[in-house]
Design a binder for this molecule. Structure first.
Ligand SMILES: [Zn+2]
Length: 698
């Protein structure tokens, strides 16, 4: 049977032909019709170690038809339509959580096709870790429920997701009927389902908050009476100025309940809770890692409740299934994307990039084998992405126009459409060569445009708001150098070392230099980024503290006496990635006061470290301007380095620098990268080879 498998160390799905699982007593073989794919599952796979047994077939949101039953199965026969309840517990009579259908609280909690959450759950997980991204799946009879005839398989596989929204709204419901429900993160899967559940749960009025107006639009068409607030329309700095609180008060006065599905940042939750009416309740659902500041006195004196609600129970799922079967809650309308099983990688990229505002994403397994790509599931999908107009602005010159200008235009499209805009569609195949090699991410020999579809989603996941502003594009031969400033806020829980940094100080600015080589009008090689933080926190233990400590150690070594062994050791331990080895000499050492002496030192460093130049063959011609200036040629040939006075016949790289700057660099006043970025050091020719020289000298 066809299955989408995941393997250790790989971050892409692998389509494989594997045997149909065998079933034993009490087990049911389900022919999968639809399986859900969600951000949560992908994140657990890529960023945690909770998927203990690999390779595995993922997929915990499953609906299909019973194909065969094992001995002792009494509730189902072949042909029954079913949906899978994925949580596995110990199921012993004395386990209170299991008896209550709340397996997530059981000490043996695991999930079919998902992960092992409690070590004691290993035996069950071993048997059922293969999930629904395959033509068949093996499931215990106890984990199946019948799917009502009128409910689609696609909706059926998402019943557990809908149940989480229903559960959250139910928990937020106070005893009095009526009132106003506020849903945040309302454009996402759970948020939009929670909006739909609001009226069902007895609220008179629903307010929806999301980041973008465009992503709220489909919800607005489904529920015209819902009040909607897009935080992008608030004044700049709203996160710190309480503007969301103000906007909510102006729009609805107060609210009686909040269901929070906003996954990032403290501002939304912090500004919604003050809008709660006396006795109101906020239910936090989004797995948001932020520290949220709330007023103690406000919670106490106005009798507010703030609670969590991590999982839906079996009875929540059954109650939700009934609402769907009765036609009260429509799940199909929130399915934004459907893919065949062979297109699972495309489905994953769509989710990670939020391409077309994905809410619920479903793989139609029964319709697989065509590889036909994404099927528009809902006419509301495909909302305008931030940079769509950039594609129109940047058009490559045509005809006899300079190839280098065309190459630069291609690199600009890569930055603006793919990195900034997140477009992983046809543009990737259009501008990336089939031999494309990514120098930055080791991907087990993967090459070609698909690699872009792997690492770009990763970058955009780590920095959900990532943005590159291009400062320079320099082209020479078939190479383009791009200097840009990257801004972005890394996910708090992702950078384990930076937990001490407050959320509002997390945004990073970074100067980057990336090198791209083009072939046949497409990008075939990428090296970089060579980067430097522009906003280091030099105090405390936050981001950049490591660099601050390195600078401190370096200064101490510089200040100390040359014969001070301890200081020398400190200098030797200082990370020297930014610092050419020629600088790791105390100031005033003989032989560092003229360009000739700097070059002599450089050649002795390279001769002493032949491994640095292994595999590199290039000729560098230096022109030094000044009193002791002149021209030198550095020839590197796979482990050997030679210096000659004068010019070279055909240098790969020409380097121009003033004598004072060369000496300043040698004295460690600034790095080669800084010299390059500030124009002190000018490079002509192949910029990749230029950067490689910087690296081997560093
Ligand atoms: Zn249990």
């Amino acid at each position: 049977m066809l299955a989408a498998r995941v393997h250790p160390g790989k971050n892409v799905f692998s389509l494989e032909d594997i045997p149909v699982p065998e079933i034993g007593p009490g087990e049911v073989l389900v022919k999968v019709n639809a399986v859900g794919l969600s951000r949560g599952l992908i994140s657990v796979w890529l960023f945690t170690d909770m998927i203990k047994l690999l390779p595995a077939t993922l997929g915990h949101e499953i609906a299909g038809v019973v194909a065969a039953t094992g001995a002792g199965v009494t509730r189902f026969t072949a042909g029954d339509r079913v949906h899978v309840y994925a949580p596995l517990g110990c199921l012993t009579p004395e386990c209170a959580p299991c008896a209550a259908g709340n397996e997530s609280a059981c000490p043996s909690f695991a999930m079919i096709g998902y992960a092992l959450f409690q070590p004691a759950g290993l035996p069950g997980y071993e048997r059922y870790h293969d999930g629904g991204m395959a033509e068949f799946v093996r499931v215990p009879e106890a984990n199946l429920d019948r799917l009502a005839d009128g409910v689609s398989f696609a909706a059926g596989c998402k019943l557990a997701t809908a149940a989480i929204s229903w559960k959250a709204v139910s928990v937020a419901r106070s005893s009095a009927p009526g009132g106003t429900l506020l849903v945040t993160g309302a454009s996402g899967a759970n948020g939009s389902l929670a909006v739909a559940c609001g009226r069902l749960a007895g609220f008179d009025r629903v307010v929806a908050v999301a980041a973008h107006r465009a992503s709220l639009a489909p919800l607005g068409r489904m529920f015209p009476d819902v009040t909607m607030i897009a935080t992008e329309e608030l004044d700049t700095g709203w996160e710190k100025k309480g503007h969301l609180t103000q906007a909510l008060r102006e729009a609805v006065g107060g609210v009686d309940a909040i269901v929070d599905f906003m996954p990032i940042g403290p501002a939304v939750a912090a500004q919604c809770v003050p809008v709660l009416n006396r006795g109101g309740r906020a239910v936090l659902m989004a797995g948001n890692p932020s520290l949220v500041e709330l007023s103690y006195l406000d919670i106490m004196t106005r009798n507010l409740s703030v609670s969590g609600c991590p999982h839906a129970t079996r009875s929540d799922v059954r109650r939700t299934a009934q609402l769907v079967a009765d036609g009260e809650l429509g799940v199909d309308q929130f399915i934004t994307h459907r893919f065949g099983l062979p297109d699972v990688q495309q489905a994953m990229n769509t989710i990670m990039l939020r391409n077309g505002s994905p809410a619920l994403v479903v793989l139609d397994v029964a319709a697989n084998g065509t590889g036909s790509g994404a099927q528009p599931a809902n006419t509301e999908r495909g909302l305008t992405m931030a940079n769509t107009d950039a594609a129109g602005v940047v058009t490559a010159p045509s005809g006899a126009a300079d190839q280098q200008d065309r190459n630069k235009a291609i690199v600009r499209r890569f930055v603006e459409e793919i990195i900034n805009g997140g477009d992983l569609g046809a543009v990737v195949d259009e501008i990336f060569h089939h031999e494309y090699l990514e120098g930055n991410y080791p991907l087990d020999g993967h090459s070609g445009p698909e690699v872009v579809r792997t690492w770009v989603p990763y970058l955009r996941w780590v920095y959900p708001d990532v943005r590159h502003e291009i400062l320079d594009l320099v082209a020479e031969g078939d190479t383009v150098m791009c200097r840009s400033i990257q801004t972005g806020t890394p996910r708090g829980f992702f950078e384990g070392k930076s937990k001490a940094v407050p959320d509002d100080q997390r945004e990073q600015r970074r100067m980057e230099i990336n090198m791209l080589r083009l072939k046949e009008g497409k990008i075939c090689e990428h090296w970089g980024p060579f980067s430097r933080r522009l906003d280091d926190h030099v105090e405390g233990e936050g981001l950049g503290a490591g660099m601050a400590q390195a600078h401190e150690a370096w200064s101490a070594a510089q200040a100390g006496p040359a014969e001070d062994t301890a200081a020398e050791n400190t200098a030797a331990e200082t990370p020297a990635t930014d610092t050419p080895a020629t600088e790791a000499k105390p100031e005033g050492e003989p032989g560092m006061n003229t360009p000739q002496e700097v070059f002599d030192d450089m050649i002795s460093t390279l001769t002493a470290n032949p491994d640095r130049t292994e595999g590199l063959t290039a000729t560098y011609q230096y022109t030094v301007h000044g009193e002791h200036g002149g021209m030198w040629t550095l020839a590197i040939d796979d482990g050997k380095a030679e210096l000659q006075p004068g010019t070279a016949d055909a240098p790969d790289v020409k380097i121009n620098i003033d004598e004072a700057d060369l000496l300043g660099m040698a004295r460690g006043e600034f790095t080669g990268t800084e010299a390059f970025m500030t124009g002190k050091l000018r490079v002509e020719g192949n910029p990749v080879l230029g950067m490689q020289l910087g690296r081997i000298l560093g």
